[in-house]
Design a protein around this ligand. Structure first.
Ligand code: HEM
Ligand code: SF4
Length: 579
């Protein structure tokens, strides 16, 4: 080595060089040979956990290494894995759900969770059981591929199976096409998880189907960060399109989709210590025809792939690229990649949200029933035996299913005769019907947080039901029990249950304390604002009850809670309700 090159090696990087230096996660992806790394060696090394690089790669295979936070510090960490299944549009069969329920008993923590992005999560899977769990999921034609990681995640879609209104099926068809088109092509997934040890055959659910080694869309380092896509209707924004990197809002004429408004740059992850981070809702970019939608989506992802920030993961989501460039420059680049000018978005706004709860006619002589699942957690606990009820329904009626973006489930294609039997099975297992649940509980959701999530600062799923109990009492007292508003809680600012566009957002800030956000709404098209910070857990409901009392007295006719808070604003709310 020459003196000059030694000096070169020891020279401190300038600020500009530092800013451009790819972050370590980029090196891990690039050096992994398309998501292989040393996962296969580490799978059989006898340890109960993986090394840092494999942990990052494993996310792309649909699993997060976690440790039980309740048991931390006793005898070292107790490691296990969350295994997430991506279910495009939330569509799955009863047989598929039954297989996941079996897995949660065989290798999980005996519960299964419906996620806020229409997926399924197993928790508590030991490393020694990972291969079995992921293999079994593929056996029933589901996949965990790309359920996490720096790739297109589960494609969401308004889930209701209305057959008389073809737009619902048209959206689902696009969700499927997008999911297949944007899936990683690496064969690593099949090699690792779904090779039949006896025959060497590979099951065909996700990844590697065309046998290519290379990734035509993603390239060797995939995307700078995760990428989320959702499809919705102006009359049904249940997929929360504005909270996604890419939202497709259908433009309908004569009961058919003539195209989509493309919304870009939504995303909710925030790091409070980093001022440069912020939640954002998507902005309309252009209009696309149904046949162009996949190509335009691909062009948008390519722009993020090539120009998104690969140095600083905190600002690597597409919302920051759009913030830095401005929408006009971003659009120009997308047009360059797409190869044609894109027409401006149509003038449409969202005006409805259908969570599908209760009984609905599908329009083909059959019915679907939406069952509210509190925080998406499927379990048997005491007299509440939802897991057993789902087994009974799956075994006897075997309806096709849809998972909803509000962590709930739709039983589809039921006949008139099936209706009383479905209700009977639920009641026999102590599961409240959706009609028996208060509005506040129906429209609330929490992220998992403690004990599984490594990033949780506060409780979320374990405390929200108790807070809702208290809120129910307050709302009843005020005569506001029928009000419809969304309450969304998270155990840290990352925003997994989408708390930044809801009527009420409760975000874990420090141990036992929450930031209260107000002024969003169920339609999901507006960010809320910080009403109060660092509110102790016990104070959350009393603080909210004072705002509800003011709302009761001063609301305009028909005004929703979120619209009221947004209209009067933070200062006025504090003047009237603080103290
Ligand atoms: C820096 C940002 C984020 C990180 C590092 C992160 C990480 C995680 C982790 C570790 C889990 C697993 C928790 C468990 O099951 O124990 C999780 C769950 C989840 N995350 Fe995130 N997350 C982030 C932001 C978001 C955002 C912005 C959304 C959607 C708007 C989201 C959607 C979800 C969903 C749907 C789940 C499944 C559980 C549920 O339904 O709440 N995440 N996330
Ligand atoms: S919001 Fe935070 S605590 Fe909740 S699941 Fe996401 S990362 Fe974990």
């Amino acid at each position: 080595m020459t003196m000059a090159s030694m000096a070169e090696n020891t020279k401190q990087p300038t600020a500009a060089e530092k800013a451009d230096k790819p972050n370590p996660a980029e090196g891990v992806k690039l050096g992994s040979n398309y998501l292989r790394g040393s996962i296969s060696e580490e799978l059989i090394d006898g340890n109960d956990h993986f090394g840092k690089a494999s942990i990052a790669l494993l996310k792309h295979h649909g699993t997060y290494q976690q440790d039980n936070r309740d048991e931390r510090g006793q005898d070292g960490k107790v490691f296990s894995f969350m295994v997430r299944t991506a279910v495009p549009g939330g569509k799955l069969s009863s047989a598929q759900l039954l297989a996941e329920l079996d897995l949660c008993d065989e290798v999980g923590n005996t519960t299964l969770r419906i996620t806020a992005r229409q997926g399924l999560q197993l928790h508590g899977v030991l490393k020694s059981n990972l291969k079995h769990a992921i293999g079994r999921i593929n056996e029933v034609q589901l996949t965990t591929l790309a359920a996490c990681g720096d790739v297109e995640r589960n494609v969401m879609c308004s889930p209701c199976p209305y057959r008389a209104d073809p737009v619902y099926d048209q959206m689902q068809e696009l969700a499927k096409r997008l999911a297949v088109h944007l899936r990683p092509h690496t064969r690593a997934y099949h090699e690792l998880w779904v090779t039949d040890q006896q025959t060497g055959d590979k099951w065909q659910a996700g990844g590697g189907a065309n046998g290519q080694e290379i990734e035509p869309l993603y390239g060797p380092s995939y995307l700078p960060r995760k990428f989320k896509t959702a499809i919705g209707l102006p009359g049904d924004n249940s997929a929360d399109v504005y909270s996604n990197d890419l939202g497709l809002l259908a433009v309908c004429e004569n009961w058919s989709i003539v195209g989509y408004n493309v919304l870009v740059g939504g995303g909710f992850g925030v790091t409070p210590s980093a001022k440069k981070t912020f939640p954002a809702i998507g902005q309309p970019l252009c209009f696309v025809s149904p046949t162009q939608a996949v190509d335009v989506a691909t062009s948008i992802i390519k722009v993020q792939r090539d120009f998104g920030n690969r140095s600083d993961r905190k600002v690597a989501r597409m919302k920051y690229l759009i913030h830095n460039w401005g929408l006009a420059r971003f659009k120009q680049k997308v047009e360059e990649y797409f190869g044609a000018a894109l027409p401006p978005p149509r003038l449409i706004t969202v005006h409805g949200f259908n969570d599908g709860m209760g009984w609905h006619e599908q329009g083909d002589g059959r019915w679907f029933y939406g069952l509210n699942v509190e925080n998406g957690r499927i379990k048997d606990e005491g007299s509440f035996r939802l897991k057993s009820a789902l087994r009974a329904i799956g075994g006897e009626l075997a309806p096709p299913l849809r998972l909803t973006p509000h962590q709930s489930i739709l039983f589809c294609d039921l006949t008139k005769q099936d209706r009383p039997r479905l209700e009977e099975i639920l009641q026999l297992h102590g599961v409240p019907l959706s009609e028996e649940i208060t509005q506040v509980r129906r429209w609330a959701m929490a992220c998992p947080a403690l004990p599984t999530c490594g990033l949780a600062i506060t409780e979320s799923e374990r405390v929200l039901p108790g807070m809702i109990d208290q809120l129910e009492v307050e709302l009843e007292r005020l005569g506001l029990g029928d009000e419809v508003f969304t309450t969304r809680m998270t155990g840290c600012p990352n925003g997994c249950s989408r708390p930044y566009n809801s009527d009420i957002g409760l975000v874990g800030k420090t141990v036992g304390k929450y930031t209260i956000f107000l002024g969003g709404r169920r339609l999901g098209d507006r960010l809320n604002f910080i009403y109060k910070d660092l509110v102790p857990e016990k104070e959350v409901v009393p603080v909210l009850a004072r705002v509800f009392a003011y709302f009761k007295d001063d609301r305009r006719q028909g005004e929703t809670f979120g619209d009221f808070c947004d209209r009067v604003g933070k200062d006025d709310l504090l003047t009237h309700c603080d103290g």
